[in-house]
Each structure stands twice: as structure tokens, then as C-alpha cells.
Design a binder for this molecule. Structure first.
Ligand SMILES: *[C@@H]1O[C@H](CO)[C@@H](O)[C@H](O)[C@H]1NC(C)=O
Ligand SMILES: *[C@@H]1O[C@H](CO)[C@@H](O)[C@H](O)[C@H]1NC(C)=O
Ligand SMILES: *[C@@H]1O[C@H](CO)[C@@H](O)[C@H](O)[C@H]1NC(C)=O
Ligand SMILES: *[C@@H]1O[C@H](CO)[C@@H](O)[C@H](O)[C@H]1NC(C)=O
Ligand SMILES: *[C@@H]1O[C@H](CO)[C@@H](O)[C@H](O)[C@H]1NC(C)=O
Ligand SMILES: *[C@@H]1O[C@H](CO)[C@@H](O)[C@H](O)[C@H]1NC(C)=O
Ligand SMILES: *[C@@H]1O[C@H](CO)[C@@H](O)[C@H](O)[C@H]1NC(C)=O
Ligand SMILES: *[C@@H]1O[C@H](CO)[C@@H](O)[C@H](O)[C@H]1NC(C)=O
Ligand SMILES: *[C@@H]1O[C@H](CO)[C@@H](O)[C@H](O)[C@H]1NC(C)=O
Ligand SMILES: *[C@@H]1O[C@H](CO)[C@@H](O)[C@H](O)[C@H]1NC(C)=O
Length: 472
């Protein structure tokens, strides 16, 4: 979702138009020590976020934020809203969130809905998977059978396992010694690229499932993914720790690593490492990894005042819509790090407080006077607004409450939690299986690529007829 998709920056960048309205601004005032203040601010921010939600509009698709936002970003946004449901104990959007997840789950609940199967990447599915982990660990209210007419709805954790199982089934040893490719489907740009976020989502899901179930099988997979990320050099703890974006498989991932640093990659890897630290009862190996990753994250994504920013593109104002949402996952993960690895709290918590206050300061734009901006340095909206800006502010502000609520639940210590299904997503009728059959049909051996036009025609035909089975 990052490199090759078209940036829609221009569409949603309203240069200083908002400043015309600054005399109308109310701005959010945030008392970072008050739950009431935090939750009333986040309610306003969510209201702004839902301005982009088409699922409650006539003709809109449930579970989808409007164009130009991609499907994965809906997954990211609903994850932040589920966290808000928990930390603010506010049921207002329970049904909206349940319906959004159920509608996008697909009939086999592995988050490969038909509308996405032509374009879905491992990272897209993985981010929805992280949201399902949040729903599981926060014991988000289960959708009752019959929601949107869907029968036999499983628990959130079963769906998380379906995502995990389908992703792990794509572990690919044919190049680079392992790892997931960025794209699931051979015809998508990026099929030949292995990236950190796809593998990071798998790593974090394995760590969280391992902790939730107290099951070493998942923890072993997390170790495997970690080792691969380090071997291939996408995660490098050797000096000043770095997490890069990925590399093409054409040279076996050996050179040509894309040396770009995104906050969400650091957040997802660091969060996963903190879960590993916790799930291993505080192993010294994971303690030092968490420490090194945290050092890298702090130096890369906080300015001298301790305010979070997207360092790769913020100053140059070149962040695209995806990138403008990355601080959402980064913030949420900083919260998990502080909870799962309490020795980090004295470092993490002050940075979250400073950043949350700064983010609230940016929420003085737009017609409503509480629209959040991208850049949090100046205590005023910087002229940007959009779904990403709302989500990032929501996430960093609600992360202030992580220590006021229970830590993420585990079935292993709490019998009142969903028991899961380790085989979820693996049946022969799963949408993943259908999709991989389609992939196999259309796979074209490396030296023998058919003209892209033929492939495109086939795909268009499938899209038009809406049928995968015609090819199988
Ligand atoms: C709960 O959320 C709703 C909708 O955002 C909001 O109007 C209400 O004020 C919230 N309640 C509390 C106690 O924050
Ligand atoms: C798929 O797209 C159709 C047509 O836009 C829409 O009606 C349907 O709700 C979508 N399904 C999902 C799961 O998004
Ligand atoms: C929904 O149906 C399934 C399968 O029949 C059942 O296992 C599950 O407990 C039901 N869910 C709820 C919330 O009752
Ligand atoms: C690719 O890298 C992996 C692991 O680094 C190695 O085992 C494998 O032999 C390499 N393959 C080629 C063709 O160089
Ligand atoms: C890690 O970074 C160090 C220093 O920047 C570099 O020398 C080393 O080659 C890197 N390791 C890998 C596996 O890329
Ligand atoms: C962590 O501690 C629990 C409870 O003492 C124990 O059951 C579990 O085996 C330990 N796990 C590891 C990886 O040491
Ligand atoms: C794991 O997380 C829990 C919840 O925050 C915490 O109480 C516990 O101390 C953590 N374990 C370790 C080894 O730090
Ligand atoms: C925001 O603050 C930065 C540094 O703190 C400064 O360089 C920049 O000019 C400010 N931008 C605006 C719009 O005031
Ligand atoms: C999780 O939610 C269910 C149903 O809402 C409830 O019965 C159960 O006690 C909850 N578990 C915990 C640990 O709060
Ligand atoms: C642990 O998870 C694995 C993989 O999902 C599963 O096969 C195994 O049965 C689980 N073990 C236990 C004790 O539940």
C-alpha cells in the first residue's frame, strides 16, 4: 500500500484555507490527567473521523471509509475506535464497529472479502488482523449471530487466527530465505517486494496470539519472523537501531533495501517485541531488543521537545494519505510497549503526554473548529485535514489511558475469554484458498511473463463477472 499507489495528497490538502476560519476555532483543550477531558476530546475527534465514513450513508459500503482512503486504513481506524470503546468505556459505536468488521470479514472470516481479493496485500490483511487482536484482547462485544444477516459469527480471536493462519501459509522460502511478500497476488505491483510491514503484522500477531493463548507455537513463529527480519537486514539493531521498508526479491533481498523509515513499522515491530518480552516473562533477550528498538524509535519519530512526527515526509509535506495515518498505529503500539514492558514506561509515557497535548493543539481547524492537523509542532492546525489526521490524534490522545485500564486480556489467565480456533481460515472452502487457486491459475513462471495486457484482460473479466469460480 505504500510505494506504488497514487498519492492523493492534492485532493485532501487544503492549503491554508482553514486559516480563514481560524477566528471561528474553538480548539480542543486537553487535560492529559483527566479521563473526562480525554474522552470528551476523543469523542469529538471520532465525530470528525466519521465524517469520512460512508457505511452509515445511503448507498455507502459498511466497513469502508470513503475514497480516496484505502481499505486497510479502515482496518486501522476501526482498531483505534475499538480501543476507544475500551479505554473510555463508551458503547456509542459498538454496533457500528461490529457491523463494519462483520461486513468486511468475508464469508470465511479471514478478511479477504471479494471486493478486495484482486488488490489485497499481506499488509492490508495484516492491519485488519491487528485490529482483531485488539478486539480480542479488549474483549470487544461479540457480534450476535444474525448481525447483517450473517449466521454463525465466530469470536474476534477466531477471526484473528484465520488472518494469522492464512498469512503464515504464504511464508515464502523461494527467495530471501523466507518472509512474506508484500502482495498476495502475482499480478499486483509489489509481488516481487518483501516488506517490513507485512512481516511485522505477522510477527506482532504471532506474539499477541502466543501471549493470549500461552501457546509456544505462536511464539516460535514470532521468533522465526523476527530472525528473518534481522537476517535480511530490514531490522538492524547493530548500532543506532533502524527499521527499513523492504527490498525486492530480484537480488534475493541482498542489496537495494529501501532505506525509508515509517513510524508504523517501528510501532508494529516494537509493539510485537514488547508482547514477546511479556509472553516470555521478561526474557533478557527481548528486554534488550525492546530497549534498542525503543531508542531507535525515540530518536527517529520525536522532535527535541518530545513531540511525535512522521519524519520521512512531514517536513517536506509529501506524506500521502496512507502515511498521514501511520502515527495511529505508532501511538497505539507505544502504549502497548509501556504496558507490556513496564520498564519502558518512564521513557514512553512522557512522550505520549507531550505528543497528545500537542496533537490536541493541532485540532483547531476546519468548519467545526476542532479538526486535527498533520503537524503537531505548532499548537494549531497546519492546513492539513483528513481521516489520517483524525485517527492519529485519536490514537495518541487515548493512549494516555492505557495504564488506567486492564492490560490486554489473555485466555490463559482469564477463563471468561474466547477460546479460539487454531484451525480457523485453513479449510478448503476459505476465501484464501479460493484466492490461492486463482493465483496458481494465473501464476506465470518467472522467465515467461505473458504480456500484461492479457493478464489485465483476464482480471477485468473476473472483475466484471465478479466470479472467481469461472476460472477454477
Ligand atoms: C460517548 O460517545 C458519544 C459519541 O461520541 C459522545 O457523545 C459521548 O459524550 C461519549 N460519552 C462520554 C462519557 O464521553
Ligand atoms: C462490495 O462492493 C459492492 C458494490 O460496491 C457493495 O455493495 C458491497 O457491500 C461490497 N462488499 C464489501 C464486503 O465491502
Ligand atoms: C453463533 O453461532 C455459533 C455457531 O452456531 C455459535 O458457536 C456461537 O456461540 C453463536 N454466537 C453467539 C454470540 O451466540
Ligand atoms: C537467498 O538468501 C537465502 C538466505 O539468506 C539463502 O539461503 C539462499 O541460498 C539465497 N539464494 C540465492 C539464490 O542466492
Ligand atoms: C546493520 O547496520 C550496520 C551499521 O549501519 C551495517 O554495517 C550492517 O551491514 C547492517 N546489517 C545488515 C544485516 O544489514
Ligand atoms: C511464564 O510464567 C508462567 C507462570 O509462572 C509459566 O506458566 C510460563 O511457562 C512462563 N513462560 C515462559 C516462556 O517462561
Ligand atoms: C506483563 O504485562 C503485565 C501487564 O502490564 C505486567 O503486569 C507484567 O509485569 C508484565 N511482565 C513483565 C515481565 O514485565
Ligand atoms: C511550525 O513550527 C516549526 C518549528 O517548530 C516552524 O519551523 C514552522 O515554521 C511552524 N509552522 C507554522 C505554520 O507556523
Ligand atoms: C468478556 O465479555 C463477555 C461477554 O460480554 C463476558 O461474559 C466476560 O466476562 C468478559 N470477560 C472479561 C475478562 O471481562
Ligand atoms: C497452539 O497453537 C497451534 C497452532 O495454532 C495449535 O496447532 C496447537 O494445538 C495449540 N496448542 C495448544 C496446546 O492449544
Amino acid at each position: 500500500m505504500i510505494l506504488s499507489k497514487v498519492p492523493f495528497l492534492a485532493l485532501f490538502t487544503v492549503l491554508s484555507i482553514t486559516s480563514l476560519y481560524s477566528n471561528l476555532a474553538h480548539a480542543l483543550s486537553l487535560d492529559p490527567t483527566s479521563k473526562t477531558s480525554i474522552c470528551s476530546d476523543t469523542a469529538l475527534i471520532e465525530k470528525g473521523m466519521l465524517d469520512y465514513y460512508e457505511g452509515t450513508r445511503y448507498g455507502g459500503t459498511v466497513g469502508y471509509f470513503q475514497a480516496p482512503y484505502y481499505w486497510w486504513e479502515s482496518g486501522e481506524g476501526f482498531g483505534a475506535m475499538i480501543e476507544n470503546w475500551f479505554v473510555c468505556e463508551n458503547d456509542t459505536f459498538t454496533t457500528l464497529l461490529q457491523e463494519a468488521l462483520i461486513h468486511q470479514a468475508s464469508s470465511s472470516f479471514d478478511f479477504m472479502p471479494e471486493n478486495q481479493t484482486m488488490v489485497e496485500g499481506n499488509d492490508d490483511q495484516g492491519v485488519w488482523g491487528l485490529t482483531l487482536m485488539t478486539a480480542s484482547e479488549r474483549n470487544f462485544t461479540r457480534a450476535s449471530n444474525g448481525t447483517l444477516g450473517v449466521k454463525n459469527i465466530p469470536d474476534w480471536v477466531d477471526m484473528a487466527q484465520a488472518v494469522y493462519n492464512t498469512m503464515y501459509s504464504r511464508w515464502d522460502t523461494s527467495s530471501c530465505g523466507g518472509g512474506l511478500r508484500w502482495q498476495i497476488f502475482t499480478w499486483n505491483n509489489g509481488y516481487n517486494y518483501k516488506n517490513t510491514v507485512s512481516n511485522g503484522c505477522l510477527f506482532q500477531m504471532a506474539a499477541r496470539l502466543g501471549r493470549y493463548f500461552g501457546n509456544d507455537t505462536y511464539l516460535d513463529v514470532a521468533e522465526q519472523v523476527w530472525d528473518w527480519l534481522v537476517d535480511v537486514g530490514f531490522v538492524n539493531l547493530s548500532s543506532d537501531s533502524k527499521i527499513w521498508d523492504g527490498a525486492t526479491i530480484d537480488d534475493n533481498c541482498t542489496s537495494d533495501v529501501t532505506k525509508i523509515e515509517w513510524s508504523y513499522n517501528y510501532g508494529i515491530i516494537l509493539g510485537g517485541a514488547a508482547y514477546m518480552y511479556n509472553a516470555t516473562n521478561g526474557s533478557s533477550t527481548w528486554e534488550s531488543r525492546v530497549t534498542q528498538l525503543l531508542d531507535g524509535a525515540v530518536s527517529a519519530f520525536f522532535n527535541d521537545d518530545g513531540i511525535m512526527y512522521e519524519q520521512q515526509c512531514q517536513a517536506s509535506k509529501s506524506c500521502n494519505n496512507d502515511q498521514r495515518s501511520f502515527k495511529t498505529l505508532f501511538s497505539a503500539n507505544m502504549g502497548y510497549v509501556s504496558v507490556m514492558a513496564p520498564f519502558t514506561a518512564s521513557t514512553v509515557d512522557p512522550l505520549i503526554t507531550t505528543s497528545a497535548v500537542a496533537a490536541a493543539g493541532s485540532c483547531d481547524g476546519g468548519y467545526d473548529g476542532v479538526t486535527c492537523g498533520m503537524n503537531w509542532f505548532n499548537a494549531t492546525n497546519d492546513g492539513y485535514y483528513g481521516l489520517g489526521e483524525q485517527m492519529c490524534a485519536l490514537s495518541v490522545i487515548q493512549t494516555l489511558l492505557v495504564h488506567d485500564v486492564d492490560a490486554p486480556y489473555q485466555v490463559v489467565t482469564n477463563e471468561y475469554m474466547a477460546q479460539g480456533d487454531s484451525e480457523a481460515g485453513l479449510s478448503s472452502t476459505s476465501s484464501n484458498n479460493e484466492a490461492s487457486l486463482l493465483n496458481a491459475k494465473l501464476d506465470i513462471s518467472h522467465g515467461d511473463r505473458v504480456g500484461a495486457s492479457i493478464l489485465t484482460a483476464v482480471i477485468l473479466l473476473i472483475l466484471i463477472t465478479g466470479s472467481i469460480s469461472m476460472l477454477i
